[in-house]
Design a protein. Structure first.
Length: 393
């Protein structure tokens, strides 16, 4: 989206209203939950919102549709947390969670201008121009967001059709790694594009410059904006690579098997443990090396690749227990730590089979089994249904 300076200020105000209402609802829910009192539903909170709008001029100046939809989104988040499909709702922060949603008849007030450009009538903002990245679907709602790089986007909610299976009966295994982003059982090695050498050098310069800036200064804001643009460029590359790779795999194979990895747990920061012999000090826990590993995992897009595969090929993605897949020979089935000579070299000590270590693990994953004490573990088929996705324009 390309708003004017006046429209930019109005959009920021709308995001502030939605964030304020969300945080108020979250605070109320947390307090009543701890006190074990019944929490009000959407109808009760909507009545309270009406009273708040009558008492606060700043809140009344915003769109009631935006604020009511923030309440609906919060109640849906609480419901998802209750059934165990999502995590607990968290606080929304300025600069990180900038956005709001428009539903109902107001979501249909947009027009085509020419082959590339369109306009949308945002409540309390006016007609805002946006550039279409694809055809706009028949949607009943849209969401407007602003990332940390200051770019505005509009996404129309739609349920895209899943990618049709080729019907060739082929299965593929995917081994995710840090050096090689995705190794396929067919022998292909896929790498997620990252920062170039010059971009890495600029990232270091900006990070050092940010460390020397005084908090709250204008110079610090400029440096943070430059860092946000650089990180947004890398994030866009990962998303583009994941989209293209997932579409290609969904079109080529009937069955796609991946490791059942808990990426969120794998990238947690290790806790510091106090040294019992020296009070006031802590034991070394390899925080620097763990931080480097976490950056490598996140930079290779492990989560987004599997998520997009499950969305484009529902019921065709299977998660396999990753235990010992990298130490087991895909030719004879012998499993031993000595088989993995290095990160890239696999040499079986039993049959002499040699190959790329990641490809060997991908072949074991493609077979749908993982050896653990000479027994096979079951395969968990992803049961996710076709989710309601958003089509960005």
């Amino acid at each position: 989206m390309y708003p004017t300076p006046q429209q930019h200020a109005a959009l920021v105000a709308q995001c502030g209203h939605a964030r304020y209402v969300w945080n108020l609802a979250l605070e109320q829910w947390l307090m009543l939950t701890r006190a074990k009192h019944p929490t009000p539903g959407y109808a009760g909170q909507a009545r309270q919102l009406t009273e708040a709008r009558a008492a606060v001029d700043w809140l009344r100046a915003g769109s009631q549709t935006v604020q009511q939809q923030a309440l609906r989104d919060f109640m849906q988040a609480v419901k998802n947390f209750g059934i165990g499909t999502h995590r607990r709702p968290t606080w929304r922060k300025a600069g990180s969670h900038e956005g709001f949603r428009i539903v109902g008849s107001q979501a249909t007030r947009w027009t085509h201008v020419n082959r590339r450009w369109s306009r949308v009538l945002v409540p309390k903002v006016g007609w805002v121009w946006f550039r279409r990245s694809r055809a706009v679907p028949q949607a009943k709602s849209y969401r407007i967001t602003c990332d940390r790089a200051g770019r505005w986007h509009i996404a129309f909610a739609a349920v895209p059709r899943p990618t049709p299976a080729p019907g060739n009966g082929k299965a593929v295994g995917i081994d995710r790694g840090v050096v090689v982003s995705a190794a396929l059982s067919t022998g292909e090695l896929l790498s997620c594009p990252g920062f170039s050498a010059s971009e890495q050098q600029r990232l270091k310069v900006l990070q050092r410059r940010l460390a020397r800036c005084r908090r709250g200064s204008s110079r610090r804001l400029r440096v943070k904006a430059a860092l946000a643009k650089l990180y947004a460029r890398g994030r866009d590359r990962r998303k583009d690579w994941a989209e293209k790779t997932s579409t290609d795999l969904a079109r080529r194979f009937d069955i796609i098997r991946v490791e059942d990895l808990q990426v969120r747990q794998m990238t947690l920061r290790p806790r510091r443990r106090p040294d019992p012999e020296r009070p006031g000090t802590y034991l070394p826990n390899g925080r620097r090396s763990k931080a480097g590993l976490n950056r490598g995992i996140l930079a290779n897009g492990w989560t987004i690749l599997v998520r997009r595969l499950e969305q484009k090929a529902p019921t065709r993605v299977e998660r396999v227990n990753p235990a010992y897949t990298s130490q087991t020979c895909s030719a004879c089935g012998h499993g031993a730590p000595e088989n993995r000579k290095s990160q890239a070299v696999f040499l079986c000590v039993a049959c002499g089979h040699q190959g790329h270590a990641d490809v060997n693990a991908a072949i074991n994953i493609a077979a749908g089994r993982a050896v653990r004490v000479r027994r096979e573990t079951s395969v968990r088929v992803s049961s996710k249904r076709e989710p309601q996705l958003t089509t960005s324009a």
